[in-house]
Design a protein around this ligand. Structure first.
Ligand SMILES: C[S@@+](CC[C@H](N)C(=O)[O-])C[C@H]1O[C@@H](n2cnc3c(N)ncnc32)[C@H](O)[C@@H]1O
Length: 532
C-alpha cells in the first residue's frame, strides 16, 4: 500500500524523532535487562566488614595520568586548589571502584597519611550505571563502611542511566548532572565493549573529561578470550537465544564447564584461571562471560583504533596498566633476538606493532586490555607515552625517601596474614632460601612473568610493608628488624649497603608488573608537576 505523501512524511519524521530522541537513560535494552536481573559483579555487602577488594590505587592515577599530585594531595600543598576533584565511574556496577576509592580517600584523611584526595574541597565520586539493582548494592556496601553519606572531603553521588546520556544536554539533565560538568578522572572497566557502539561510548565519556583529565579503561582482549568465544559461538550454533532463555544458556555452560576436554583453550583464559577450582560459583558471572547479548573483544591494533575514533583524535594512551605484558622481550628470553626486535620496531609509530607482537606472543595473558588515557597536550601527537620510573642513582637521598604505593596492598595483607603465621615462620626460619610463589587474587594477568614465580619469600615481606607511607629506607629498616639482618642467606648475599638496593630492585620489578608505583614526591611544588 502506498501512503499519501503527507502521512509518509509524518511517519518518517516520527521515526526520525524516536531515533534521535531515544531516551539515553533507557534500561529496556537486553544489556539493561541483564544487569537489572543479574547485578555484576556479584557482591555481598556483608563482606565489607571483613575485607576491602583491591582496585587501582589513587597513587597510580597520579603517576600514570596526572603526573602530579591530585589523588594524593599533600596536606601542606600551598596554595591548595579550591575546586574539588571529580571522579566519574561509568558503568560502575555493584561498586568495586567507588567502594575502594572512597574507602582509600577516607583513610587518607583519618589515618596518619600526609595527604588527602583532591584539593581543599575534597573529591566527589559519581557512580553511574544503567542498573538500579547494581546501584543499590553499591550503596549498601558504602553504607556498611559508613561512607554512603560521605565523610569530610569525600562525597558520593549516584546516577542511574546510560553513559551515552552524558553527551547530550538533555541527557545530562536527565542524569541529574549540572550543565557543563567535567571530570578529572573517568573509570570505565568492562563496560564499553558491551555497547552497540563502543566508540560512541568513548566519545560520550570524552565529552565530559577535563582538558587535563584522564581515564582508566578495560576492554576485553581478543587473543586471551578465544576459548570464551568458542563457547559463545557453540551456544549460538545450538540455536539458543540467550536473552529469551537465560536459564538454558546457564545450564548448557555449567555442563560444558565440566565436560569439555581438559585441553580446550577455554581453560587457558586468564580471567577464568584466576577462579581456580571454584569455577564461577555465581550465575551472574557465567551469564556475563558466556551468554551476554552484546560483547566484543579487541586486538592491540583495534584498541588504538578505538582510542583514535572514540577519542576523536583528542585522546592518547598514557600507559598500559601492566606495561611489561606489552613488551615482546617479556616473552622472548634470547638477548640477541630481543635486540633485533628492538631494532626492527623502534620508533613511536611502530610502538603499536611492538605491542601487537607482544600480544601474539603472550597469548592467553591478554584476556583484558587495561590502560590509562589522557587528553593530548598542545602539539603532542604521540600515540603512546608510557610512564617509566627513573630515579637517579641508588643510595641517594632521593631514592631512599621514595614512598611506595601498591594496588595490591589489600590482597597482600590478606595473603601475608596466613603466610607469616606460626607454621610458615618455622619453615621459613629453617630454610631462609625458601621460595614463594605469588598467586594472590588478581596476579594472574601476568602469567609467565618472572615476578610471579618462585621469588624468595623475603620479597613478600617487602611487599607487605608497602603501604604508601613508608619510604624505601623505612621498608629496609623494618625488614632488618623483622628478619634479623644477616641471618638469611638471601639477604646476606645482598647485605650491608647493598641491602637497600635489594629493596630498590624488588620495587622496580614490582613496578614493571604493575604492583607498585612511587608516590610522586611533588618536587617542583604544587602546579609544577612533581615528576620524578
Ligand atoms: C561487566 S559490568 C562491569 C561493572 C564494573 N565496571 C566492574 O568492573 O566491576 C558492566 C556494567 O556496565 C553497566 N552498563 C552497561 N551499559 C551501560 C551504559 N550504556 N551506561 C551505563 N552503564 C552501563 C551495566 O549495568 C553493568 O553494571
Amino acid at each position: 500500500m502506498k501512503l499519501p505523501p503527507p502521512i509518509a512524511l509524518c511517519l518518517f519524521l516520527w521515526t526520525l524523532l524516536l531515533t534521535v530522541c531515544a531516551d539515553p537513560t533507557d534500561t529496556t535494552t537486553n544489556v539493561g535487562k541483564q544487569y537489572a536481573n543479574l547485578p555484576y559483579p556479584p557482591r555481598n555487602p556483608a563482606d565489607e566488614a571483613v575485607r576491602l577488594l583491591s582496585d587501582v590505587h589513587p597513587a597510580y592515577l597520579d603517576f600514570y595520568i596526572f603526573q602530579r599530585r591530585v589523588m594524593t594531595m599533600p596536606l601542606d600543598a600551598s596554595p591548595p586548589p579550591s575546586t574539588s576533584t571529580r571522579v566519574l565511574i561509568a558503568g560502575g556496577g555493584t561498586g568495586d571502584v567507588v567502594v575502594y576509592l572512597a574507602e582509600m580517600c577516607s583513610r587518607f584523611i583519618e589515618g596518619n597519611y600526609k595527604y588527602r584526595c583532591g584539593g581543599s574541597a575534597g573529591v566527589e565520586f559519581y557512580h553511574l550505571d544503567l542498573s538500579n539493582a547494581s546501584i543499590d548494592i553499591a550503596k549498601e556496601r558504602l553504607r556498611m563502611r559508613g561512607l554512603l553519606l560521605g565523610v569530610e572531603g569525600v562525597t558520593v553521588n549516584f546516577l542511574q542511566g546510560s553513559l551515552l546520556g552524558l553527551e547530550f544536554e538533555e541527557g545530562r539533565l536527565a542524569l541529574g548532572l549540572e550543565k557543563d560538568i567535567k571530570f578529572d578522572y573517568i573509570n570505565s572497566v568492562g563496560v564499553l565493549h558491551h555497547l552497540a557502539s563502543p566508540t560512541q561510548g568513548l566519545r560520550s565519556l570524552n565529552s565530559v573529561l577535563k582538558p587535563d583529565g584522564g581515564m582508566f579503561i578495560m576492554l576485553y582482549g581478543a587473543h586471551g578470550r578465544t576459548g570464551v568465544y568458542d563457547v559463545q559461538s557453540a551456544i549460538k550454533d545450538m540455536g539458543v537465544d540467550t536473552v529469551a532463555n537465560p536459564k538454558i544458556c546457564l545450564d548448557i555452560v555449567k555442563s560444558l564447564i565440566s565436560s569439555l576436554p581438559p585441553t580446550h583453550r577455554l581453560y587457558k583464559t586468564v580471567e577464568l584461571m584466576s577462579q581456580g577450582d571454584n569455577l564461577w560459583p555465581e550465575e551472574s558471572e557465567i551469564y556475563d562471560i558466556f551468554c551476554h547479548s552484546q560483547d566484543r573483544a579487541y586486538t592491540v591494533e583495534q584498541v588504538f583504533e578505538f582510542i583514535s575514533e572514540g577519542g576523536q583524535g583528542e585522546l592518547t594512551m598514557a600507559s598500559w596498566h601492566q606495561p611489561v605484558l606489552y613488551r615482546p622481550s617479556t616473552y622472548i628470553k634470547l638477548a640477541e633476538e630481543t635486540k633485533l626486535l628492538t631494532q626492527l620496531f623502534m620508533g613511536v609509530e611502530d610502538e603499536v606493532r611492538l605491542f601487537a607482537l607482544a600480544e601474539k606472543l603472550g597469548g592467553s595473558v591478554h584476556g583484558k586490555h587495561q590502560f590509562f588515557l589522557e587528553k593530548k597536550k598542545e602539539g603532542g601527537g604521540a600515540i603512546y607515552k608510557g610512564r617509566d620510573w627513573e630515579v637517579t642513582g641508588c643510595g641517594t637521598r632521593e631514592f631512599q625517601d621514595t614512598v611506595l604505593c601498591s594496588s595490591m596492598e589489600e590482597d597482600i595483607k590478606d595473603f601475608t596474614k596466613d603466610m607469616w603465621g606460626e607454621k610458615f615462620s618455622e619453615a621459613y626460619k629453617a630454610d631462609k632460601g625458601l621460595n614463594c610463589v605469588m598467586q594472590f587474587e588478581g596476579a594472574t594477568a601476568g602469567h609467565g612473568i618472572e615476578v610471579k614465580k618462585n621469588f624468595p619469600c623475603s620479597v613478600m615481606r617487602v611487599l607487605s610493608l608497602i603501604d604508601c607511607r613508608r619510604s624505601v629506607l623505612q621498608i629496609w629498616e623494618e625488614v632488618v628488624r623483622l628478619e634479623g639482618f644477616g641471618d638469611s642467606s638471601w639477604w646476606r648475599g645482598n647485605g650491608g649497603e647493598g641491602g637497600l638496593e635489594v629493596i630498590w630492585v624488588i620495587a622496580k620489578k614490582l613496578f614493571e608488573v604493575g604492583y607498585v608505583v612511587p608516590l610522586l614526591d611533588g618536587g617542583g611544588g604544587w602546579g609544577e608537576g612533581g615528576e620524578l
